[in-house]
Design a protein around this ligand. Structure first.
Ligand SMILES: *Cc1c(COP(=O)(O)O)cnc(C)c1O
Length: 381
């Protein structure tokens, strides 16, 4: 019998490759009132608040579902019916927050920059000075659409100076890119089990300033996405309101052990930065051109322009890489035709080099000789 092929390496924005020990942590069943499970859940919440460096001021409210669920729950719970959210958009995740406001009938103002440019703190300053009705600001730390790093600390400073509340979607940054809550004061930060923290997908969490959350009763237009209610219930009886994702929680706890063993945020961030450098260097050597200059690139996911060579067909490229055991991701940019390669998850230097070798073989097989884009696509104003 041939060896079964290994699981594919997920070079995507999620779901991501997890360690064998994280997967193994799920090989049991727990009742939601099981004492050991309750202790794990409590410990998990404490560890997440500590990771944010906000033990004294904030609480962790976990929520079932993918990351979007907790972002939507946070917007719905924090922004009251008579509030207004300033949404900073430079990609699909910022745009998604604006859509949430539309669904909930929450007044919002969009401040949009191009997908290859970071949010502009001075524009936020002006918008807040101009419009007294804005109560909250939403920013995406790493906009995973392109992989761009937004200047969250500068935006937090500006938002605080105008005495407005900040919501940070740190989904694809938390655990790998440092965020100092003293320099970047926030009302709420959202992330999930499965990005840089390398648990399995299935739950998100919000780190919310306790004093803020206490005033949020009755804001949420949705029962299952009411984080005030979720928090109150969990404080009262240590239970999730509805069926908890027990296996996800226990695997997440194991993933946090591994995060700590790797050296926490700085250790994890260092591995991802190394992964990013190896990938970027290797791709450029083959002639691929990245969307972002290095100073705007977060070590999370890399966007490359689609090669202009007529022999290059993305579907074939994708399928052949898949057969070799590497899953990449199509782009969803409006500024350029592109594809993405992630560098997070339980993968390191060896896997990055293997991915580059597979990409090299694949373009050779396809007969592609020029991996750069049409000249017009890289010209920036
Ligand atoms: C992944 C991600 C989300 C959540 O996406 P889900 O598919 O719902 O898990 C939200 N914001 C950002 C920036 C992300 O990268």
């Amino acid at each position: 019998m041939p060896q079964p092929p290994r699981d594919p390496y997920l070079l995507t924005p999620g779901p991501l490759t997890t360690s064998a020990s994280v997967k193994a942590a799920m090989l049991h069943d727990w009742g939601s009132r099981d004492r050991e499970f309750i202790a794990t859940n409590r410990r998990l919440r404490e560890r997440l608040v500590a990771l944010a460096g906000t033990e004294d001021t904030h609480v962790c409210v976990p929520l079932q579902g993918s990351g979007t669920f907790v972002v939507e729950a946070t917007v719905g719970t924090l922004v009251p019916a008579d509030g207004r959210l300033l949404v900073l958009v430079n990609g699909a995740y910022g745009r998604r927050i604006a859509r949430m406001c539309e669904y909930y009938g929450r007044a919002h103002t969009i401040l949009e920059t191009s997908e290859d440019l970071p949010n502009d703190p001075s524009a936020v300053d002006q918008a807040l000075a101009r419009d007294e009705s804005i109560t909250h600001v939403a920013v995406v730390h790493c906009e995973t659409t392109s992989g761009i790093l937004n200047p969250v600390e500068a935006i937090a400073t500006v938002t605080a100076s105008h005495r407005r509340e900040l919501i940070i979607d740190a989904m694809s940054a938390f655990g790998a890119i440092a965020l100092d809550a003293r320099k970047a004061p926030f009302a709420a930060l959202t992330a999930s089990s499965n990005k840089c923290l390398q648990g399995v997908p299935g739950m998100g969490f919000a780190i919310i300033r306790k004093a803020t959350l206490e005033g949020c009763e009755g804001n949420a237009p949705s029962l299952s996405l009411d984080l005030y209610d979720q928090w109150k219930a969990m404080e009262a009886n240590a239970q999730w309101r509805f069926t908890p994702p027990t296996h996800v929680i226990v695997a997440f706890h194991q993933a946090l052990d591994e995060h700590e063993q790797e050296g926490g945020v700085s250790g994890r961030g260092a591995r991802y930065r190394r992964n990013c450098e190896i990938l970027m260097h290797g791709m450029r050597e083959m002639g691929f051109v990245s969307l972002l200059p290095d100073e705007l690139q977060a070590p999370i996911i890399l966007t490359f322009h689609m090669p202009a060579d007529p022999k290059f067909n993305f579907k074939h490229f994708y399928d052949r890489l898949n057969r070799r055991g590497f899953v990449i991701y199509p782009g969803k940019l409006t500024v350029a035709d592109s594809f993405r390669i992630g560098c997070i998850g339980d993968l390191g230097e060896t896997e990055m080099r293997a991915a580059l070798a597979a990409i090299g073989k694949t373009i050779d097989e396809m007969g592609v000789t020029h991996c750069g884009p049409k000249p017009s696509e890289t010209v920036t104003a």
